[in-house]
Design a protein around this ligand. Structure first.
Ligand SMILES: [Zn+2]
Length: 133
């Protein structure tokens, strides 16, 4: 026996038990299936819940992968300046030191100050391994 979640044309859902799929199909084709709520014989299988993650979850995973990729790219290619980040970023911004890609740590207040000065800083979630203890 298999159980199908069925739905009538009026969108009443109900469960139906059948010996197999062929039995369900022949009963449906013969109009033997009817909705217990309204008696409608236009009955079909209700759409099953998909087994794949929702689109939103996939996007989230993609985003996480992207962020991890970005983080490792930064760790591989950017100069780590640690606590001197704000100072170094300013020096680069004002041309006091050759332009280069840097990353490091700074306080939220410093980051805000940098942004106000027009220094393009961005938070990098997921960058680790060189964080101070
Ligand atoms: Zn119905």
């Amino acid at each position: 026996m298999i159980k199908y979640r069925l739905i009538c044309a009026q969108e009443h859902e109900f469960d139906g038990w059948f010996a197999d799929m062929a039995t369900y199909e022949s009963q449906r084709d013969d109009g033997l299936l009817c909705c217990p709520t309204c008696g409608d014989t236009k009955v079909s299988k209700a759409i099953m819940a998909p087994a794949v993650p929702k689109k939103g979850n996939q996007q989230e995973t993609k985003l996480r992968h992207m962020m991890q990729k970005m983080a490792s790219h930064v760790e591989d290619n950017f100069d780590y300046v640690g606590d001197d980040f704000a100072e170094e970023a300013r020096k680069i911004h004002y041309g006091e030191t050759p332009e280069r890609d840097i990353y490091g740590e700074t306080s939220l207040a410093d980051a805000r100050d940098l942004l106000e000065e027009g220094v393009p800083v961005a938070p990098l979630p997921g960058v680790g391994g060189k964080q101070k203890n």
